[in-house]
Design a protein around this ligand. Sequence first.
Ligand code: HEM
Length: 140
Amino acid sequence: MNARSVGWRNRLFGWSLMLVGILGGMALGAWVFDGPIPAPARFADYASLPRRLLRFSHIAAMALGMVNILYGHEVDRLRVSERARRVASVSMMLSGVLMPIVLALAAFQIDWKWGLPVPATAAFVALAVLVYGLSQGDAS
Ligand code: HEM
């Protein structure tokens, strides 16, 4: 796979997103196991909505990172137009950028939760193109 392929970007993005996800997990790890840093009052309760949203932001970065890497290995083999391939590839990366960010913002200001349909729709569009493309047969 070379740098001109569409999938190369999703793979580079996916591994980079997981790197950010690990940094986020390390920041969580500084206080979620009773120190060494005292837990911020807003996030002290493991089951509270703010804490769940923050944890889900970390999980989304890890999971959407892995999905982008897988996507990067599939997208160049899809039986769809070059334009559909590029739009779907960008849509998959957009969901990986926005989902962890909007979840983290919602952990601090709950009204951001109304933004979650945007990354969810971006992921849906990307996967719908992939499923349609694969259903047309394997192009490899
Ligand atoms: C060095 C790498 C990682 C660090 C430092 C890290 C750190 C953390 C921490 C501190 C929590 C607890 C959050 C809380 O109590 O609210 C957590 C939860 C979680 N992490 Fe990570 N994580 C890492 C890698 C991963 C990876 C690779 C995955 C998935 C592929 C992952 C998935 C999850 C999940 C699903 C939870 C929620 C578990 C639960 O419900 O308590 N993490 N992580």
